[in-house]
Design a binder for this molecule. Structure first.
Ligand code: HEM
Length: 228
């Protein structure tokens, strides 16, 4: 086990961990968005999708625990790398590329913390039903006592909740687009003539994900989805 912690503590090991865990989390947000798009097809589609997930039983728990472990590793490595960066630079830079890199990594920490705070709120909202009375909406109408469509549409009829979700997507966009460029740097393909292509691709992918989530959050207010 010590070689693993030694690797994790090394500079390249830390970057590789960020890249792999970041890619796995990225895969989750893509899959989650594709599943949530069922909302546009109506109540049966999203409720059947949620039921299919819940019916996975123990397998769902394995996936949840795996996701949590990946998330914790991503955050712990980010904290370690940012501390190591600070320790290696006791005097602040005045200007130049190194300062730009420092600013970028600082903004990643800030946007990451904000996405983390959104996640706590989001889980309290939809998974635990602890805020906005979502629990009542979830249990009110579903045949099996589990109506995700009613819960989501009742929530997104509230402009304050929509505003919170859309604001979080702006930060998620920043985090994903910067994160993908860091990943390309770790993989050694973010330089020279590839740099503009990597930047455009990162922005387009991040926009598709954050924009898709924001679109879902706005769908009820825009009249695209009729509430239950
Ligand atoms: C408008 C956008 C979103 C909608 C409509 C949405 C909807 C939902 C719903 C309904 C659940 C509960 C599923 C259930 O227990 O039946 C859920 C869980 C979850 N969501 Fe989202 N979500 C959105 C955006 C996001 C984003 C941006 C992230 C990550 C940054 C995220 C991460 C999670 C996680 C980690 C869970 C817990 C999964 C589990 O319990 O297995 N969601 N979401």
């Amino acid at each position: 086990m010590t070689w693993m912690t030694d690797f994790w503590r090394s500079s390249i090991g830390g970057k590789a961990t960020m890249a792999v865990t970041g890619l796995l989390l990225f895969g989750f947000v893509v899959a989650h968005l594709l599943g949530n798009l069922q909302l546009l097809k109506g109540a049966d589609a999203i409720n059947n999708y949620a039921k299919m997930l819940h019916d996975l039983g123990p397998l769902l728990w394995v996936a949840r625990i795996g996701l949590l472990a990946v998330f914790v590793l991503h955050v712990a490595t980010a904290i370690r790398l940012s501390r190591a960066n600070k320790a290696a630079r006791p005097v602040a830079y005045v200007k130049g590329a190194t300062m730009q890199a420092t600013m970028a990594s600082r903004s990643m920490v800030l946007s990451g913390l904000t996405v983390g705070a959104f996640l706590v709120y989001h889980l309290a909202h939809f998974t635990f039903g602890a805020v906005h009375g979502a629990d009542a909406a979830l249990k009110a109408k579903g045949a099996g006592g589990h109506d995700v469509f009613a819960m989501v549409t009742a929530s997104f009829a509230n402009p304050a909740i929509v505003a919170a979700y859309v604001a979080a997507q702006i930060v998620l966009f920043l985090h994903l687009s910067h994160g993908m460029q860091s990943l390309a740097q770790t993989l050694g393909c973010h330089h020279g003539r590839y740099a503009p292509m990597v930047k455009s691709l990162s922005v387009v992918l991040a926009l598709a994900i954050a924009g898709g989530n924001a679109f879902l959050a706005l769908s009820v207010r825009l009249g695209i989805v009729q509430g239950a």
